[in-house]
Design a protein around this ligand. Structure first.
Ligand code: NDP
Length: 247
């Protein structure tokens, strides 16, 4: 497995859940990590502590990924500190589940902005720095819901499907600069997002997963690392760690 010793990665929403596992995995391969967070400052700082005490390099940077000005400042801070950006993981996301008949425009817009517009803001902010070095790895955290749809998640499904289409277009535009762009489409993974579901809903979901359990954040992180270290000839693709729930 290739090491990432000189490389710098921005992982959005790295304070908790899948993003935290991705940041840990990339740091273990030697990458310097920008731990982006929004609300969970203590968790972000504890992750920086963990990475540095394991001999790695990381900083925590607060930025709301749905705010282009925040994103620009995060990218500038990264360049000021480390001088380059090699890897971007557009992971931050929220859900505001509600049936379509009851969903408010605020609930729709918040999810579209945080889960989809954010990928545009972050990607366009890092592109000049990747083009400059003719190298980049961009991974967009979509979801099985972007492939299947789901009751009560029309906002989230639209955002995550949008991310898949965004991935394919960006992959075509950026390939000439040796920048790959891929989407991860995890099934249900045991993080705060899934732990918040009722026991009934969890049981119904588990019955639909052939491998019979929720995924672990580390199982998604492994594939993100794979796309970075082994993915030189992979672009515009969807990787589906989902326990067989969608084939
Ligand atoms: P969590 O709810 O556990 O964590 C969400 C992360 O996103 C937190 O670090 C949070 O940071 C960050 N975040 C939320 N809003 C913003 C914002 N506006 N700006 C910056 N960061 C923000 O979610 P998961 O780890 O479960 O999910 C991570 C990604 O994976 C999401 O995009 C999700 O849609 C996707 N996914 C999750 C699946 C699952 O089953 N768990 C399945 C498929 C995809 P903070 O707390 O600091 O605000």
């Amino acid at each position: 497995m290739e090491r990432l010793d000189e490389q710098v990665a921005i992982v959005t929403g790295a304070s908790r859940g899948i993003g935290r596992a991705v940041a840990t995995e990339l740091a273990a391969s030697g990458a310097t990590i920008v731990v982006n967070y929004f609300q969970s400052q203590a968790e972000a700082e504890s992750l920086v502590q963990e990475i540095t005490s394991d001999g790695g390099t990381a900083i925590a940077v607060r930025a709301g990924v749905g705010h282009p000005d925040d994103v620009q400042l995060m990218v500038e801070k990264t360049i000021d500190e480390y001088g380059r950006i090699d890897i971007l993981v557009n992971n931050a996301g929220v859900n505001r589940d509600r049936s379509l008949r009851k969903m408010s425009a605020e609930e729709w817009n918040e999810v579209i902005n945080t889960d989809l517009n954010s990928a545009f803001y972050c990607t366009s902010a890092v592109i000049p720095h990747m083009v400059e070095r003719t190298y980049g790895r961009i991974i967009n955290m979509s979801s099985i819901i972007g492939q299947m749809g789901n009751m009560g998640q029309s906002n989230y499904a639209a955002a995550k499907a949008g991310l898949i289409a965004f991935t394919k277009s960006a992959a075509q535009e950026l390939a000439r600069f040796n920048i790959t762009v891929n989407a991860m489409c995890p099934g249900f993974v045991a993080t705060d997002m899934v732990n918040a579901l009722s026991d009934d809903v969890k049981e119904t979901l588990l019955a639909r997963i052939p491998l019979g359990r929720f995924g672990r954040p580390e199982e998604v992180a492994t594939f993100v690392r794979y796309l970075v270290t082994e993915g030189a000839w992979i672009t515009g693709q969807q990787l589906n760690p989902n326990g067989g729930m969608y084939m």
